[in-house]
Design a protein around this ligand. Sequence first.
Ligand SMILES: NC(=O)c1ccc[n+]([C@@H]2O[C@H](COP(=O)([O-])OP(=O)(O)OC[C@H]3O[C@@H](n4cnc5c(N)ncnc54)[C@H](O)[C@@H]3O)[C@@H](O)[C@H]2O)c1
Length: 444
Amino acid sequence: MKIVVVGTGYVGLVSGTCFSQTGVDVVCVDVDERKINMLNNGHIPIYEPGLEDIFKFNVEKGRLLFTANLKDSLDEAEAVFIAVGTPPDEDGSADLKYVLGVAREIGRNIDHYMVIVTKSTVPVGTSMKVKAAIQEELKKRNVDIPFDVASNPEFLKEGSAVDDFLKPDRIVVGIESPEAEKTMRKLYKPFLLNGHPILFMDISSSEMTKYAANAMLATRISFMNDIANLCELVGADIGMVRKGIGSDARIGNKFIYPGTGYGGSCFPKDVQALVRTADECGHSLDILKAVEAVNYRQKEVLIKKIKLHFGDNLKGLKFGMWGLSFKPKTDDMREAPSLVIIDILLKEGASVVAYDPVAKEEAHRILGDSIAYAKDEYDACIDADALIIVTEWPEFRMPNFRVIEKLLKTKTIFDGRNIYEPDEMQELKFNYYSIGRKSIVVSK
Ligand SMILES: NC(=O)c1ccc[n+]([C@@H]2O[C@H](COP(=O)([O-])OP(=O)(O)OC[C@H]3O[C@@H](n4cnc5c(N)ncnc54)[C@H](O)[C@@H]3O)[C@@H](O)[C@H]2O)c1
């Protein structure tokens, strides 16, 4: 079996590589020739745990190829997956120009039956637009080539994308023909030997499932962040509250960790796009509007605490920062809370020295030399007025506080991920501010 995956970003590259692991021939296509050259030279443009090994294995086997030429890749393909970006348009709706551009190119070039599968996160109705774009191109060519469209949203999480793809909780597929169902069933069978289901449904429900899933997860995060803020005001501890509610089987303990707001390439844009879809239908998704508003506010919560400690004037202060990526185990910085915090600190005349285990290169691409980059976590603390923790990389969990206290100008930590215990920090005589828990103020 041969398939094509268009787009070699976090989703396309992981999907293509994991499909090839089952023995399928995969051609990955991208318009970004720099990426294609890197991949053809054996280098992976993103950081994703576990990807490199299976990438190398399948490239060596000759069943994972990379090209910028979509036209030639289509030869004998049974399915084409569209996994290109769907960034937010100016009004927050999903910009479909890349998805529909690929659809038109497919229409200009197919010469046999295949299933065109939308894997990008797209609003309800997009697969029908993909179908119309292909039909339009076929009409221009004056040919009648049968094809089917399908929707197959992706639920992988950056940082554990390979594992998520190889061992999915479920596969969701929207189809409108038995042929498309057969192809998708065949392709996914090796991933479902553990008994997890493949759920076939109509295409609109499949497209909506992806948005509903991300909207639900974003809602949990904003809900917990808002409860955390309230905990501080009433003297409760969000850590205890989280355990208290997380052990309720109806609630569960995932996605209820408070922090500095959700970021990444998905939640912010997908929540916005769903709000926009609803607005267009004359329905106000008030819950999600609140989820977004709470998230904006939460990204500034550490700044509030910093001002509480140092006063409103931050000019001349220097901050060490641990973590730049939007979450651990990825170098993705799209919508990362670190960017908001850095932006405010720099505008207010402070300086930042940051350390991230993998996102330094990506950070430099975005921030240039507006901040300094430390070689390790301790280096980021040298002569800093305080340390700010933005991303909960595992290696930050048990640092040597005796070293940190010697390096910092004042023993002050703003922990946006609650990775230390307030009582321990009190014993160590650190000023310690976290989210939704009591602050420890030893000296100002
Ligand atoms: N990143 C995630 O964790 C994740 C998870 C689930 C779903 N998604 C969705 O999957 C889609 C892709 O996300 P991503 O994070 O992989 O994006 P990305 O920005 O990392 O990658 C997109 C790739 O598509 C390429 N591209 C754009 N136009 C193209 C064209 N015409 N032909 C070929 N390649 C083209 C770009 O060069 C880029 O390499 C989005 O809709 C996103 O919402 C992302």
